[in-house]
Design a protein around this ligand. Structure first.
Ligand code: COA
Length: 309
């Protein structure tokens, strides 16, 4: 029976989540299928062009793809944020057909290239987890070239003595002696936090901060002195088990602020039932290793393809 590719609307969310729950082969991803689909589709669409396609056979959804556009400076870039095909439907051209639909849409929006890579701030993976080996094979077969590697670190929250759960009180007392207060951020802190992130790092983390502060399963802690933000750490904006982003003012680096902010967030995540936090798209490996005993675990290949080439 023929394969039919159609653009999906938000009313199809439930079916897409159900499919992803079956088709994402890694249990940690399948368990967060609903959060992933919502972050990539509904929430991302408030910030940039996003579209989803479904592949149907005999009236059933057998594959889905979500793509988005990153306007960029001058040249627009397309991103494939998610692609999943039902296990029993693999190697029958479903992935290929979904990708072709997304590429045509992105080309129509002026994208010069397409990346199989996360499109921050709304991303579920930095790229393709190497353990999704069929996807790695498909990316090469479909004309994509690997250009970068990224990795996550895992902080073990499964037992009381974990270095990730080391108490922060002593370090906080030392910081207090130097006039630095550490506390949970509230909605009223968002403008100052966003400005701090832009000023200190040049990055726009507004969406991640807004998605963390005051949302269920998410949160943010900050350090300040005399009302001036010196650092922050956030979690849960993209996925409940994922930590980040975080940042300490360059002038305050080395003072222990980062480790305190990190472990405050990890403590929250554990209280919310997370047993292994993913520190996404790292970053300073020695810092996370030293402050939380985190280890490099998930590794991702990032791909790109020039359209029309
Ligand atoms: C990756 C995935 C979407 C591919 O979907 P698919 O419908 O099986 O892909 P296609 O049938 O269109 O395959 C296209 C080409 O990719 C290559 N390919 C796909 N799966 C492969 C595999 N297991 N081994 C080797 N090559 C493979 C082949 O060259 C294939 O063409 P061919 O069958 O004519 O030789 C599917 O395996 C999947 O859903 N995996 C789990 C979710 C996932 O990994 N998503 C991406 C990570 S975020």
């Amino acid at each position: 029976m023929d394969l039919e590719i159609v653009e999906l609307g938000p009313d199809q969310r439930h079916t897409v989540v159900e499919l992803c729950g079956r088709a994402l082969d890694l249990p940690e991803d399948a368990a967060e299928a609903a959060a992933i689909v919502d972050a990539l589709w509904a929430r991302a669409a408030t910030h940039r062009p996003v579209a989803a396609w479904g592949a149907h056979r005999e009236g059933r959804l057998v594959g889905a793809l979500i793509a988005s556009l990153a306007p960029g400076d001058g040249v627009a870039r397309g991103h494939v944020d998610l692609v999943a095909v039902a296990p029993e439907q693999r190697r029958r051209g479903v992935g290929r057909a979904l990708l072709a639909a997304a590429e045509a849409w992105l080309a129509g929006l002026g994208a010069a290239e397409v990346l199989l890579a996360g499109n921050p701030p709304h991303y579920a993976w930095p790229g393709i987890d190497v353990r999704y080996t069929p996807a790695i094979c498909a990316a090469s077969a479909l004309g994509y070239t690997q250009d970068r590697t990224a990795w996550n670190m895992t902080a073990d929250l499964s037992y009381d003595g974990s270095p990730a759960l080391r108490p922060t009180e002593e370090a906080e007392a030392r910081l207090a002696g130097r006039g630095v207060t550490v506390r949970r951020a509230g909605p009223e802190d968002l403008p100052a936090l966003a400005e701090f992130a832009r000023g200190a790092f040049g990055g726009a983390w507004d969406a991640e901060l807004a998605g963390s502060v005051g949302h269920e399963g998410a949160g943010c802690h900050l350090a300040e002195r005399d009302g001036e933000v010196l650092g922050f750490a956030a979690y849960g904006s993209s996925r409940p088990s994922w930590f980040g982003p975080m940042g300490t003012a360059p002038a305050a680096e080395g003072s222990g602020i980062g480790g305190v902010l990190l472990r405050r967030c990890l403590r929250d995540q554990r209280a919310a039932g997370v047993s292994a936090a993913q520190i996404g798209w790292v970053g300073p490996v020695p810092f996370y290793s030293g402050s939380a005993g985190a280890r490099i675990e998930r590794v991702f290949f990032l791909y790109r393809r020039t359209l029309g080439a």
